[in-house]
Design a binder for this molecule. Structure first.
Ligand SMILES: Cc1cc2nc3c(=O)[nH]c(=O)nc-3n(C[C@H](O)[C@H](O)[C@H](O)COP(=O)(O)OP(=O)(O)OC[C@H]3O[C@@H](n4cnc5c(N)ncnc54)[C@H](O)[C@@H]3O)c2cc1C
Ligand code: SF4
Length: 481
């Protein structure tokens, strides 16, 4: 083991990032790795603390603490420190089906609960994970693995997001014949059409889909279950069915003027933008921020992705409205380690806005009261009032001019109207606690559809656990535990 005070003696160094003014000129990933020797040094900051909170994967005070995939973090840190990259890859691949996705887009709750973070800065777990998987692909260590046996069982997975892909991968490796049905024209769920390319390059999603195809999984795109094929037809054709259909029903903002042209759901905007990029279209995207004053309503991560996208499209200005106040720069007493730190950070989008447009776009304690249109029925401005403040009189209201408004106030839950046999509760597919079995025997559910809008790592964990339960359903035992 490395010197056990390295977490104090060596300064944390994270990803290198392209300068904001440079990176907004393109859609390429903006985070780059440190050189290998530096990464080995960073890995040595892991003190092998004995109780690795970083890999506990739990929920504390409604935040994620530790890695929900239970990645064997101290083990691969030590292997990287010793320069044993191949062994580190093998340890990482034991728990994580797709480290190339998590190491790019995971918010790294592992780092929030890293023990080194108590006395110093946490280990740069996510960038070490990225270094391991990027090297594994470069060196040709990631090759199609053919299942050793075939069970003769057939499984349909609906939805190709991280939950569906993870379950399909595990079930395929256990010897079942797996078919994934996806209603979109490309596979990957929100990995493809939610998270923008600068955070997660779509080549890495497509590369993994090709590997899974080479391993025997069948992919059927542009096919909506419940519309093009009924759930009942699938139940007849397959031994078990898994619903990983996400939580894509957006929360709507029904206020005066919400019918006006120029007001869109964030997901419609982000999806069209990624399609436009991938299709290498020369024309303006169907929804474009170019030359416009943009307002994003909703203070979360989806809103931040809209900000970064609008800047790349050449918006004139951008403001992002949040109902709550600015977080403090250090943990508050009610948010102790190892809880997920609720602290103020300058996310990539905000750094870009500050650098390129001159200010952080976040506006706090603000609520939209009405949209104001022009004579063409287009949005021209928003009227806002303070939220959660005593003064909500008209005098405190404010007008913001805008030609493009993006609604990013979250998701209500899953869209299951065409799957009427499946019971839901609060817009989530209903299962018993700690189970993935729906009310219909042989039909299971996992990911955001069951859990509500969450994170890639939780969706992957759910995919793994659902796969185990499906094996038990088919055989009364599982090789996946
Ligand atoms: C804009 C945005 C950015 C995000 N950024 C991050 C991030 O940076 N890091 C992070 O960890 N998490 C992020 N998340 C959350 C994360 O993407 C999700 O939690 C995760 O993708 C959920 O995985 P899933 O497989 O359950 O569902 P999804 O990824 O939503 O996939 C569901 C799939 O099912 C398909 N489908 C739905 N109904 C049917 C049907 N009837 N028939 C066939 N196919 C169907 C959909 O087309 C979709 O492809 C983000 C979410 C959004 C919206
Ligand atoms: S998947 Fe996320 S939580 Fe797990 S080790 Fe990687 S960055 Fe950390």
């Amino acid at each position: 083991m490395a010197a056990n005070t390295n977490f104090l003696d060596i300064k944390r160094e994270n990803f290198k990032e392209a300068p904001p003014a440079e990176r907004v000129q393109n859609w390429l990933e903006y985070q780059k790795l440190l050189p290998a020797f530096k990464l080995q040094q960073q890995a040595s900051r892991c003190m092998d603390c004995g109780t690795p909170f970083c890999q506990m994967g739990t929920v504390l005070q409604s935040g994620t603490s530790g890695c929900p995939l239970y990645n064997l973090i101290p083990e691969w840190n030590q292997l990287v420190n010793e320069g044993k990259w191949h062994e580190a890859y093998l340890r990482l691949a034991k728990t994580n089906n797709f480290p190339e996705f998590t190491s790019r887009a995971c918010p790294a709750p592992c780092e929030g609960s890293c023990t080194a973070g108590l006395a110093s800065d946490p280990v740069t777990i996510k960038s070490i994970e990225k270094a391991i998987i990027d090297k594994a692909f470069q060196e040709g260590w990631v090759t199609p693995r053919q299942p050793k046996l075939k069970t003769g069982k057939k499984i349909a997975v609906i939805g190709s997001g991280p939950a569906g892909l993870t379950a399909a991968d595990d079930l395929n490796q256990a010897g079942h014949s797996v078919t994934i049905y996806e209603k979109a024209d490309r596979f990957g769920g929100l990995l493809m059409y939610g998270i923008p390319n600068m955070k997660l390059d779509k080549n890495s999603v497509e590369r993994r889909i090709e590997l899974l195809k080479a391993e025997g999984i069948q992919f059927i795109g542009s096919t909506e279950i419940g519309k093009d094929i009924s759930l009942e037809e699938l139940q007849t054709a397959y031994d078990a069915v898994l619903l990983c259909i996400g939580a894509e029903k957006p929360r709507e903002l029904s206020i005066e003027g919400s019918h006006l042209k120029g007001i869109y759901a964030a997901m419609d905007y982000l999806t069209l933008s990624t399609k436009h990029y991938l299709n290498k279209s020369e024309e303006e995207p169907a929804i474009s921020a170019k030359g416009k004053r943009v307002v994003v309503i909703g203070g979360g991560d989806t809103g931040a992705d809209c900000v970064a996208t609008a800047i790349r499209q050449g918006c004139k200005s951008v403001a992002q409205f949040g109902k709550y106040g600015q977080l403090s720069t250090t943990r508050e007493a009610h948010n102790p380690w190892p809880e997920n730190p609720q602290v103020f950070t300058l996310d990539y989008a905000y750094e870009e806005a500050k650098d390129v447009l001159g200010e952080d776009p976040r506006q706090y304690f603000i609520q939209t009261k009405a949209f104001i249109g022009n004579e063409n029925g287009e949005v021209a401005a928003l009227e806002t009032i303070p939220f959660n403040r005593f003064d909500t009189s008209d005098a405190a209201s404010r007008i913001w001019e805008a030609e493009l408004v993006l609604i990013a106030i979250g998701f209500e839950g899953t869209v299951s109207e065409n799957l009427s046999a499946i019971e839901t509760r609060s817009n989530r597919i209903k299962t018993a606690d700690n189970s993935y079995q729906t009310n219909v025997e042989g039909v299971f559910a996992a990911g955001d559809a069951r859990r509500g809008q969450s994170l890639i790592v939780w969706a992957m964990q759910e995919g793994k656990k659902a796969a185990q339960e499906m094996e038990e359903f088919l055989f009364n035992k599982t090789v996946l535990a």
